[in-house]
Design a protein around this ligand. Structure first.
Ligand SMILES: Cc1cc2nc3c(=O)[nH]c(=O)nc-3n(C[C@H](O)[C@H](O)[C@H](O)COP(=O)(O)O)c2cc1C
Length: 326
């Protein structure tokens, strides 16, 4: 998730919950005009390192295993970037055709390409035979109408994809409304790839429910839930030995344990944001971005949580958060 599940977050997360997340898809790398030339140049320019900073293998060492994600539809740039990522050690890259941001969809990027199955085919035709890593896809059910996915299924079935992650909302919904699990269930048996479900998984029960209702689902991907309930991946594997619907589980994690782990994680994340921010302003902005979601894991009211967002001074924000997580 752009601006959220970036390297700093992933490193703190892995420190607090080692091994709990099997794999993270990175915030997208957007294809840019000069990328082809940049990658052709000498491979070590600072511009290139800056562009690739989130996926540099040395920086990701000891952190959550990642699959780099690509946003865009320009085949030459796509191929160059995917092969560069392969040379950096990534055996799989993910194509983002789900992003709902208007400045992106307008250019037929992200979910903006979903109403145009021929364009999707054009990209896959050009890219799949020429890239060294495996390709997986992350998509929504459509940009404007859910029927769009029906025309896309035969297209994606024609290519050897590592997996297809489906977030069953429309691009135009952004993050509002509820995922359309009906249409998800209808297209699931038509897809000949491993299908991963994504959308509104915020409790262990949400994950069980999806696995129970759709046994054909290969896995679930947690999005915002990782911030709402940082212990969620751990809860899905809590206690060894008992297997429920393909997941290992035991006794549910107690509320007090969940709270203890959540507070510790928030404290560590806040400290690292401070330690790594270029200025107090950027630390303040970043802290608030995370806090908008993280407070939901704490037993506090929305009104109290909003007090943090109203503060303009970093010290005041720090003090308030410290108070909530003490
Ligand atoms: C701020 C924000 C940034 C996101 N950035 C990305 C991204 O870079 N790549 C991606 O595949 N999905 C991105 N997503 C979408 C999530 O990965 C996920 O598909 C979506 O939030 C639905 O899952 P959820 O209901 O569990 O959050 C982003 C979501 C949010 C809220």
């Amino acid at each position: 998730m752009q601006g959220l599940t970036e390297l700093l977050f992933r490193r703190v997360y892995e420190e607090c919950f080692p091994g709990a997340i099997e794999r993270a898809v990175t915030p997208f790398l957007s294809l840019t005009h000069n990328l082809h030339n940049l990658l052709q140049s000498d491979g070590q320019t600072s511009t290139l390192r800056q562009y690739l900073r989130d996926v540099l293998p040395e920086a990701n060492k000891g952190s959550i295993p990642i699959t780099p994600q690509i946003l865009g539809k320009e085949p030459d740039e796509f191929i160059a970037l995917a092969n560069k990522l392969y040379d950096m050690g990534y055996g799989e890259v993910n194509w983002n055709i789900g992003c709902p941001m208007r400045n992106i969809t307008g250019k037929h990027r992200g979910s903006g390409i979903l109403p145009y199955p021929d364009e999707v085919r054009g990209v896959l035709d050009a890219v799949v035979p020429r890239i060294k890593p495996l390709l997986s896809v992350k998509m929504r059910i459509g940009l404007r109408q859910k029927e769009e996915i029906r025309a896309l299924v035969p297209v994606i079935n024609d290519y050897p994809l590592a997996s297809v992650t489906i977030h069953p909302r429309l691009g135009r919904q952004q993050y509002t409304g509820v995922p359309d699990v009906e249409i998800f269930g209808q297209v699931l048996p038509m897809i000949n790839h491993a299908v991963i479900y994504n959308g509104d998984i915020t409790t262990p029960e949400d994950a069980w429910r999806i696995k129970e209702r759709f046994p054909g689902v290969a896995d679930v991907m947690v999005g915002r839930g990782i911030l709402y309930r940082p212990t969620l991946p751990l809860e899905l594997t809590w206690g060894e030995g008992r297997v429920k619907d393909g997941f290992k589980t035991g006794e549910p994690m107690s509320d007090s344990e969940r709270l203890r782990l959540t507070k510790h994680f928030i404290a560590r994340l806040m400290t690292e944001i401070r330690n790594n921010a270029k200025s107090d302003e950027s630390a303040l902005r970043k802290t608030k971005e995370y806090w908008c979601m993280l407070w939901k894991g704490l037993p506090i009211s929305e009104a109290d949580a909003r007090k943090v967002l109203r503060e303009q001074e970093l010290t005041a924000v720090d003090n308030l958060i410290d108070y909530f997580i003490q």
